[in-house]
Design a protein around this ligand. Structure first.
Ligand code: FES
Length: 194
């Protein structure tokens, strides 16, 4: 189980309502479950129309109150943040070691909104899923620490808003991402048995 941690309250994502859904994602079911921090209970709701892979994850009003919602989309655990008027969806478990990102704080780092993993404090940008780290360039004349990117580590998913409902479409799972390991059924079973 995830340890409890302080929760606080994201950045730029274009949620384009006309965006065609990725064609390679198999849709396994037509309902989604989500837990509202405000309501404190799981709810199962109907998803988007049958020809659409977007899955309902909550109402705009829920996000405006709670700032983040944990959801299961096509059997994948994700977290959706509402930060600075923008929605960001990503794999819930941290790419480093499976930490619970829905319990992390959001900080502005080098001009980017980042979720700070509560387990080992890794920093992940909400917009791109990049891992950020601070380092010193030994060749630079001025050796002041700077922020660098490790590249995309955490899988980011697409968010759309329609008629007051917030929907998530999983990103193209054929392209691997470090966080996939902790979103796997194998990992979930191993964690559930501990
Ligand atoms: Fe997230 Fe280690 S599990 S920083």
């Amino acid at each position: 189980m995830f340890p409890r941690s302080g929760v606080s309250d994201t950045n730029t994502i274009e949620y384009d309502q006309t965006m065609p859904p990725p064609s390679r994602i198999p849709l396994k079911r037509k309902t989604a479950t989500y837990t509202s921090k405000i309501m404190g209970q799981k709810q199962t709701v109907d998803t988007a129309p049958e020809d659409d892979l977007a899955v309902f994850v909550g109402r705009e009003e829920d996000f405006k109150k709670s700032k983040r919602i944990r959801a299961t989309v096509n059997d994948r655990e994700i977290v959706i943040f509402y930060h600075n008027g923008q929605y960001h969806a990503m794999d819930l478990r941290c790419y480093h070691s499976g930490g619970p990102l829905h319990l992390g704080d959001i900080e502005e780092i080098n001009g980017q909104s980042c979720i700070i993993c509560p387990w080992h404090k890794y920093k992940i940008t909400l917009t791109t899923g990049e891992g950020l780290y601070q380092g010193i360039d030994p060749h630079a004349p001025n050796r002041t620490p700077k922020w660098f990117s490790k590249g995309v580590k955490q899988r980011i998913h697409n968010v759309t808003v329609r008629n007051g409902g917030v929907y998530v479409t999983l990103s193209d799972l054929s392209q691997s991402c470090d966080s996939d390991h902790y979103a796997s059924e194998k990992f979930e079973k191993a964690e559930a048995s501990t």
